[in-house]
Design a protein around this ligand. Structure first.
Ligand SMILES: Cc1cc2nc3c(=O)[nH]c(=O)nc-3n(C[C@H](O)[C@H](O)[C@H](O)COP(=O)(O)OP(=O)(O)OC[C@H]3O[C@@H](n4cnc5c(N)ncnc54)[C@H](O)[C@@H]3O)c2cc1C
Length: 338
């Protein structure tokens, strides 16, 4: 019988890797030093949103593949463990800045070239949506590819799925220093370079159910199925405390101006997490150089929730079948002295 695989880290990367190995028939034991979702994966936002399709590259293709596969992948997770991860492909609406029409037309052409037909982007003067951001140009860009997930529910759903299929999850215990998949988030980046980037978000009580999410002026507004709307995020380099502060209040105020429907919705939670940002800004996935049997899944930065299923599948292909689909830019490289 094949030996058990150890996974270090109960964030979205560690859980996704553990689930992918479990669903392929391997026995997994996951160690989480704190509790499931204690790190960057325990927040509110959960935008599974594509990169802008211009200047197409490997990273954009991997992310697109992940977004396309996400519906089935998360449905299987929910069915396996009986916990709903809060996934839905609800689309996205963005106001178009005055004068940006030509750039948006170029974006739409690029989406047609690279995205599946059904996912298409288009400009509209009459958005059909419950939550519409103010648009000074009177134009909005909409797409049908963008989805959302509830990060906390997603972690719980993955943990339930792993346990239901015989995997073991040990919380409150750091992983032993033995061969493992190291998915330890910002704390685990040191050997490879990179840093933590703090982000703050808020949760409002407002039932917008399956309304498309909004991206406006750098702010995500994500309606969840449970009668809440998430707002995020700040981006604070090299700040490693987990306090929320006035920077989050500024984001909330801005979101209420951008989306007047949020004006009176009460804030029911405020949160901060530390995103793992690799030196390359791309995810890190593959063997840990110089440590046979050790693998890395890290560097999710701002798109870790969207990328996790793809990262897990690529790593499982490599570990179980020797099949390398990992873009060269994602392979972990030690920093000098790492
Ligand atoms: C405010 C904010 C908003 C975000 N919004 C989005 C979004 O809309 N869409 C998106 O795709 N991404 C988003 N992200 C990014 C995403 O959350 C991260 O990329 C992702 O959560 C990283 O997951 P991870 O598993 O690598 O790290 P983490 O979630 O940090 O998990 C690492 C875990 O490892 C544990 N650990 C550390 N050391 C050990 C050890 N030695 N042994 C055992 N366990 C250990 C930690 O306790 C932690 O739980 C957002 C992040 C933030 C902060």
């Amino acid at each position: 019988m094949a030996s058990e695989i150890t996974v270090a880290g109960g964030g979205i990367f560690g859980l996704a890797c553990a689930w992918e190995l479990t669903r392929r028939g391997r026995k997994v034991r996951l160690f989480e030093a704190d509790r499931i979702g204690a790190g960057a994966s325990g927040g509110h936002v959960g935008a599974l949103a594509p990169h802008a399709p211009e200047n197409w590259n490997d990273k954009k293709q991997v992310q697109l593949d992940a977004l396309v596969a996400a519906t089935d992948w998360w449905a299987e997770v929910g069915a396996a463990g009986g916990v709903d991860p809060g996934y839905a492909r609800t689309g996205r609406i963005q106001p178009v800045a005055p004068g940006a029409e030509a750039r948006m037309a170029e974006r739409i052409r690029a989406a047609r070239a690279h995205w599946p037909q059904w996912a298409g982007m288009e400009l509209t003067e009459r958005p059909q949506a419950a939550l519409v951001p103010v648009s000074p140009s009177g134009l909005w860009l909409v797409d049908r590819l963008t989805a959302r997930i509830s990060p906390r529910r997603a972690g719980a759903a993955l943990a339930a799925a792993i346990r239901a299929q015989g995997g073991e999850i040990v919380e409150g215990q750091a992983a032993p220093d033995a061969p493992a998949i190291w998915a330890t988030g910002a704390a685990g980046l040191a050997p490879f370079g990179g840093n933590g980037v703090k982000g703050q978000s808020a949760l409002l009580a407002l039932d917008m159910a399956d309304a498309p999410q909004v991206f406006a002026d750098g702010i995500h507004v994500i309606p969840h199925a449970d009668g809440t709307v998430a707002i995020g995020s700040t981006t604070e380099r090299d700040v490693l405390d987990r306090r929320t502060d006035e920077q989050l209040e500024a984001v909330i105020d801005k979101a209420r101006v951008l989306c007047p429907a949020l004006a009176d919705a009460p804030v029911i939670d405020r949160w901060a997490g530390i995103r793992p940002r690799a030196r390359s800004r791309a995810p890190l996935v593959g063997p840990w150089p110089g440590r046979p049997g050790h693998y890395v899944a890290n560097g999710g930065f701002k798109i870790g929730l969207a990328m996790a299923p793809a990262i897990a599948a690529m790593l499982a292909d490599l570990m179980l079948e020797g099949r390398d689909r990992i873009p060269p830019g994602f392979w972990p490289k030690l920093r000098a002295g790492g």
